[in-house]
Design a protein around this ligand. Structure first.
Ligand SMILES: [Zn+2]
Length: 442
């Protein structure tokens, strides 16, 4: 059968068909081979179909009918529950190695370094659904108007994502075990990745303030990783010392390419609880907010200073004609954001602005990777909510996200004349491509 353009690309770049065919079978005498189940979930996720029952529908009657054929949701869940998640993790690592070899992990700002962010995300929180691996907590919620204490079930996972690239590339995910902290889970993931990908695959790790703990930082040193971690009040002594040393005016010689950014650089600040010194960079960014026009009418007190929303010409927000509107420009206070970063990066001749760039790159995992994989790729939808099946499904979804991102940036956007389609539009085009597979006789 003719291969879809997306699969053709994966075959060419990753030898995809051979890699996925090598995954072992977890069931005994299955009616459908694991490779077929994997393809259904992977391609369904690439097309952003989301829940397994939708993938079942698309396989039986929709876009994947020709490529996969009829498979049931129950069978998909049953097969994933019996699969070894470590094999999917390995597959992700093989993809990452190939991406590095072909230069996809290079970037124009990170000075030849591969920068990765580590962070945690919660998925599948629910009051009723539960599997053996669910974590739980007591929360208060309103039931029929009354506040009640309830047990809430959820899963959390740690993710390591390359953030120095033009688009985020997931290297791996690991589910947090009950009783394990996010930092411990992330450290275990980093060790697994280091074992599979080799030391120096990642050069610099960036993380939020939760990770600025002496034992974690010591472990990073043993993994050969440089790091930039937000400094907040969970390290009160170090923060107080950094604040004291940066209380004056910013150093004049630390110029930054951003006119609205002020920067202080402390090459060595004592961090007694970790028995070491660290580099600290403080930045203050002052952003002017757009001027807001507020209409005032005679005899009326302005109700709100918020920007007015769009409205039909000649009417106000309630649809009435304005009477003698007087337009007054309000200038809201500028937004000031202050950040402290602790780091062990040896700057040498590199300006300390680089630490700011590294610290900011962490936002990619939250604002781009987790956001897109949650909204477009349905990461939080609890299909196949059974311990192992959920892990395998999540890993396949993450892999599908990464590989569709690669395809989107390296094939769709780069080959597009004019305005490129959005990421979701591309997913729809992928689905359409599967629907029309083989019908093109030209
Ligand atoms: Zn669960």
């Amino acid at each position: 059968m003719q291969r879809h353009q997306f699969e053709g690309y994966l075959d060419k770049v990753f030898d995809w068909q051979r890699l996925t065919a090598a995954l072992s079978e977890g069931r005994q005498d299955p009616q459908y081979p694991w490779s077929e189940v994997f393809d259904a979930v992977f391609l369904g996720s690439a097309c952003q179909f989301g829940p397994l029952h939708r993938i079942e529908t698309e396989c039986c009657r929709g876009a994947l009918r020709q490529r996969i054929g009829c498979l049931s949701e129950d069978m998909l869940g049953y097969a994933m529950q019996r699969q070894n998640p470590a094999e999917i993790f390995d597959l992700g690592c093989q993809v990452a190695k190939r991406l590095k070899r072909i230069g996809v992990l290079q970037s124009d700002w990170a000075r030849g370094r591969v920068v990765a962010a580590v962070d945690g995300i919660e998925i599948c929180s629910s009051y009723c659904r539960c599997c053996d691996a669910c974590m739980s907590r007591q929360v208060e919620r309103k039931v029929e108007g009354q506040l009640q204490k309830c047990t809430q079930y959820y899963h959390r996972l740690s993710a390591v994502t390359v953030v120095s690239t033009p688009f985020p590339v997931f290297l791996g995910v690991r589910f947090q075990q009950d009783g394990e902290t996010e930092v411990a889970c992330s450290l275990a993931l980093l060790k697994d990745l280091s074992e599979k990908l080799g030391r120096r695959f990642i050069d610099i790790l960036v993380a939020d303030a939760l990770y600025l703990q002496a034992p974690f930082v010591a472990e990073l040193a043993s993994l050969g990783l440089d790091w930039v971690i937000n400094l907040k009040d969970n390290q009160p002594d170090l923060l107080a010392e950094a604040e004291r040393l940066t209380a004056g005016a910013p150093q004049h010689h630390e110029t930054t390419p951003q006119p609205d950014l002020q920067l202080w650089h402390l090459p060595e600040v004592d961090w007694p609880v970790a028995d070491r010194v660290v580099r600290v960079v403080k930045t203050v960014r002052v952003q002017d907010v757009k001027c807001v026009q507020v209409e005032e009418r005679p005899g009326e007190v302005p109700q709100s200073e918020e920007p007015k929303t769009e409205r039909t010409e000649g009417t106000n927000s309630k649809g009435k004609k304005p009477q003698c509107a007087r337009v007054k420009t309000k200038l809201p206070a500028p937004i000031v954001s202050t950040n402290f970063y602790a780091s062990n990066v040896d700057l040498g001749a590199i300006p300390p602005y680089f630490i700011h760039q590294l610290g900011r790159s962490r936002w990619t995992i939250d604002a781009q990777a987790f956001q897109t994989i949650t909204t477009d790729c349905h990461l939080k939808q609890p299909s196949a909510h059974q311990d192992c099946a959920l892990i395998v499904l999540t890993m396949i979804r993450v892999l599908a996200y990464t590989l569709t991102m690669v395809f989107y940036y390296r094939q769709v956007r780069s080959h597009c004349r004019g305005v490129p389609p959005g990421f979701c539009d591309m997913a729809r085009q992928l689905a359409y491509g599967f629907l029309t597979l083989g019908s093109d006789t030209s």
